[in-house]
Ligand binder design. Sequence first.
Ligand code: TIU
Length: 240
Amino acid sequence: MPVRIEAEPYPLQIDVSRSALVIIDMQRDFLEPGGFGAALGNDVSLLKAAVEPIRNVLNAARETGMLVIHTREGHRPDLADAPPLKVDRGDPKTRIGAPGPMGRILVRGEPGHDIIPELYPLAGEPIIDKPGKGAFYQTDLELMLKNRGIETLLVCGVTTEVCVNTTIREANDRGFRCIALSDGCASYFPDFHAAGLAMIKAQGGIFGWVSDSQKAIAAIAAHAARAPKMPFGIIEGGVR
Ligand code: TIU
């Protein structure tokens, strides 16, 4: 049964049982000193603001049994899936694959590639390892969402204008309703964060909506008040 979620450019009705919380790239490589974000010359402390809002929505989603998906940007240790043009940028000592304080930068299996402890996935929560900025490019995310009958994505993570925006654009073109959670997104550039959100909701919601963590939690709570906890597995009308 649909519930109302306050959002811009206008509130909408969503079916929480057909919605997923998608947490983009909350990895040590982007949020902690010595990783990929810092290697690009960024102040990584700016991304910390998103952690608590995401944590709060994550708790609400877990409580009601909503599908939670985590993504990680990174590459195979042999870098066979990393386009040379993506690797060959910046100082060779700090580029993708180079050794750093958290292991090889943006390489799967290294400590820096993993998700920060505050938002660590629970067993059963899918993790999408993606080689690009968008979470649909060369991953099985679309298949997973369609198999579970998902139609709405609550999207948060980092960075607003890069991987969050790219993923929302990809999702919108694939027919998913995307709602970015403003305080659950962050950027190394506050202006880009604001512009990244503004672009989503402009022109009547050209590729999605913008809401926030409290509004998402209110919608999830309204659903939970009506519906029993949703177990993973087969439900009436489809598979989740
Ligand atoms: N550099 C930057 O802003 N972002 C990325 O490289 N990846 C993600 O956004 N995850």
